[in-house]
Write a protein that binds this ligand. Structure first.
Ligand code: GDP
Length: 723
């Protein structure tokens, strides 16, 4: 008989380590349907029928974060046969908070107290027999990292799964609360199984709308709830939170003895330096500079860059094309098909795979930092700043990574725990100028601004400003304003990274990039190859040498009017439009396309110096700047769009994110071109000037509109005794 076991626990409790140890390489990684939350399933090693489902790391089963809702929906609706609840033994008070809720679901629970090795070292003592009695469920000790006790834990969970009836523990809360819950339980529909009555009664008491939506209305409940609220002078939710913590602390008093620590632990001592008010930022900058140098820099230590250069120049520059060439020749394939394979598929896919070495090195280093525990500190250091514009401290890493390449940047947003922060991070990370956008800046800075320093600087400034502006503006919209979310920032103890965790994390991220982004770019490369190489000459559709006749030029001309208001007029209009389109393949393509369109025969240097004079003739400083801004901020390349699709896991959100970026880019370019042009006397006052003024006004209004931050629910451990 197939058995489903749900693995539940707090973030950082060791869930991933346990899941990997139990399932080995037997894993399927996907997403929970329609949401950005990752879903992992795996078969228990050595079995055929035991499936372990890794729930998102959560602190409670409240309705406030997507992760919690995903987890509890799964538990309630899919009825796993048992819950394996992993609890961080060094942080029992907080971890047991989730346990108290899991016990109410009517599903057999096995509590596995993790970090047994650490507890042994610190000398903390836990009376397991007593704890089992208090929780009314089996409890075992494990160390996921040292792999002790985990096999037995899994076996015990499987054995529990076959138990038919399970009892819910009653009577832990204050008598008045218990009475109220009993009265509410009596009002619940008969369809709710007895074992789940307590869970639903508590949800009814807490007025949890998401759960109540599935129940018929129970009008009699409100007066019962309100009467206890006024008696205890607290709102329902706080009453339950308090009761849970009171229960936990009284329970721990009876079965847990914490060894008094006379001196600071090593971890605390490291933190005294690393999270020190003055030193935190410089240390952090130094660490990140090193990571960046090794993964993406241009020095001899830059392993990632060397790997990428080799992949681009040798693997996809010579080896693969030559091999494919000789294969195609030997098969005597027709020229159009070999063109498609070589110029479309091999070149396009090669362009994407070229990123892989840099990404793998970067992910490897980031995984190490994460496993050591340093990433949590970074998020902690940056959080105060990032909260102000609606992002989390964890959004900083994706942004930083995105200065190299947006694709791993967007994928790194997976470490942002809350859904709203994660979505906002995915939507705004692409604004940061990535390495591939540098040549665009180089071309225009050189051609029109005599390489003035402020051009590149302003590009970064605009990127960062776009992130901040978007953060502040987006969080004023309802979908992003979000529910008040309990936010807990944890600083796990530092420790030596586990090779297995690090390699697995690196590979997972790298592989999912290759798979998903690879398919998007494959299709788009083929389409663009076709558009660029074919067209109508004298009314006959054929392959074209002169790309002025290509379908791409036709499309460029057809859509050039769209960009008229942002100053793309005259001869440059269709070229700029086409370059923008090809920029979707890869932003490096923008400069290359100008090379082709200006009929430069040879290989262009990176910043296209050879065509500066031609660009000068077509663009003014203002139109060049408008073009630059639009291309820096608009939809990213297909690979990055693939990454957005992968992370959003939802077509609407993907289109929304890309649409938002394009709209934002267009709006800013319009404001710069129209109002800048008015100041420089390059543009006459016209209809679009009015639109630009209205847009600017709207932007400022949204920016300064007062905003009420949703109440943050704090999880505080109350030690007050019951009266
Ligand atoms: P998750 O966030 O719950 O998935 O937690 P992880 O599996 O990523 O573990 C968090 C950190 O705790 C990692 O750095 C693990 O290596 C570490 N860890 C997990 N289990 C143990 C354990 O039993 N003992 C020790 N010392 N560390 C552990």
């Amino acid at each position: 008989m197939a058995v489903n076991i749900a693995l539940a626990g707090n973030p950082n409790s060791g869930k991933t380590t346990l899941f990997n140890a139990l399932t080995g390489s037997n894993q399927f990684v996907g997403n929970w349907p329609g949401v950005t939350v990752e879903k992992k399933e795996g078969k228990l090693k050595g079995t055929k029928e035991v499936m372990i489902v890794d729930l998102p790391g959560i602190y409670s089963l409240s309705p406030y974060t997507l992760e919690e809702v995903v987890a509890r929906n799964y538990l309630l609706k899919d009825h796993p046969d048992a819950i394996l609840n992993i609890v961080d033994g060094t942080n029992l008070e907080r971890n047991l908070y989730l346990t108290t809720q899991l016990l109410e679901l009517g599903i057999p629970v096995l509590v596995a107290i993790n970090m047994a090795d650490v507890m042994e070292k610190t000398g903390d003592q836990l009376n397991l027999v007593q704890l089992q009695k208090e929780l009314n469920c089996p409890v075992v000790m494990i160390s996921a990292l040292k792999q002790t006790g985990i096999k037995e834990a899994a076996q015990q969970a499987v054995a529990l799964a076959n138990r038919s009836r399970i009892e819910t523990a009653y009577g832990q809360f204050d008598e008045r609360v218990e009475k109220t819950l009993e009265r509410l339980a009596a009002l619940l529909p008969q369809t709710i199984p007895a074992a789940q009555k307590r869970f639903y009664a508590i949800k009814l008491f807490e007025r949890d709308r998401k759960i109540l939506a599935d129940l018929p209305e129970i009008p009699a409940a409100e007066s019962i709830i309100a009467s206890l609220e006024s008696e205890l002078e607290e709102d329902a939710e706080s009453i339950i939170t308090n009761e849970r913590y009171l229960w936990i602390s009284s329970m721990l008093e009876r079965c847990y003895l914490r060894k008094k620590q006379s001196s600071l632990s090593v971890s605390d001592r490291i933190d005294l330096i690393v999270t020190n008010r003055w030193l935190a930022l410089p240390i952090f900058i130094a660490v990140m500079a090193l990571v960046y140098a090794v993964a993406m820099g241009n020095w001899s230590i830059s392993i990632g860059t060397h790997g990428t250069e080799w992949t681009n120049d040798v693997l996809f520059g010579e080896i693969v094309p030559n091999a494919v060439d000789s294969l195609l020749n030997s098969l005597k394939v027709s020229s159009w098909l070999s063109g498609l394979i070589q110029d479309g598929i091999v070149a396009g896919v090669g362009a994407v795979l070229g990123f892989v070495p840099q990404m793998l090195v970067l992910f490897l280093l980031l995984c190490i930092l994460e496993d050591i525990g340093y990433m949590a500190r970074i998020a902690f250091i940056m959080d105060r700043i990032f909260r102000r514009f609606g992002l989390s401290g964890k959004s900083f890493i994706p942004m930083l990574v995105a200065t190299g390449c947006g694709v791993p940047g967007i994928m790194a947003s997976r470490t942002v725990e809350q859904d709203r922060d994660r979505k906002m991070t995915i939507m705004t990370t692409g604004f940061i100028p990535c390495g591939a956008k540098m040549p665009i800046i180089g071309l225009f800075a050189g051609a029109l601004f005599e390489n003035a320093w402020w051009v590149a600087t302003s590009a970064y400034f605009i990127g960062v400003a776009a992130v901040i502006l978007s953060g502040i503006i987006l969080k004023k919209f309802r979908i992003f304003a979000g529910d008040p979310a309990p936010f807990v920032m944890e600083l796990p103890a530092y420790h030596i990274p586990s090779l297995q965790n690090v390699l697995r994390g690196t590979w997972e991220r790298g592989w999912s990039f290759i798979k998903r982004a690879g398919t998007v770019i494959l299709v788009s490369s083929i389409v663009l190859w076709f558009l660029q190489g074919y067209g109508f000459v004298d009314g006959v559709f054929q392959s074209v040498e002169d790309n002025n006749h290509s379908l791409l030029a036709l499309i460029g001309n057809t859509f050039a009017w769209v960009f008229y208001p942002i100053g793309w007029v005259g001869d440059m209009a269709w070229k700029a439009t086409v370059a923008t389109f090809t920029g979707l393949i890869a932003k490096e393509e923008v400069v290359n396309t100008f090379g082709v369109l200006y009929h430069y025969a040879g290989e262009l240097s990176e910043t296209g110096e050879e065509i500066w004079s031609l660009v000068q003739a077509d663009f003014s400083g203002l139109t060049a700047y408008s073009f630059m801004i639009f291309n820096l901020l608009c939809a990213p390349c297909f690979a990055a769009m693939g990454a957005i699709r992968r992370e959003m896991n939802n077509a609407k959100w993907t289109i929304g994110a890309i649409g938002y970026m394009c709209g934002f880019a267009y709006g800013i370019s319009l404001i710069v071109y129209q109002l800048g042009g008015l100041l420089l006397k390059e543009v006459q006052f016209n209809f679009f000037t009015i639109v630009a003024i209205i847009l600017l006004g709207g932007l400022l209004f949204l920016l300064f509109r007062p905003y009420r931050e949703g109440k943050t629910l704090e999880i505080r451990i109350k030690t007050a005794k019951r009266d």
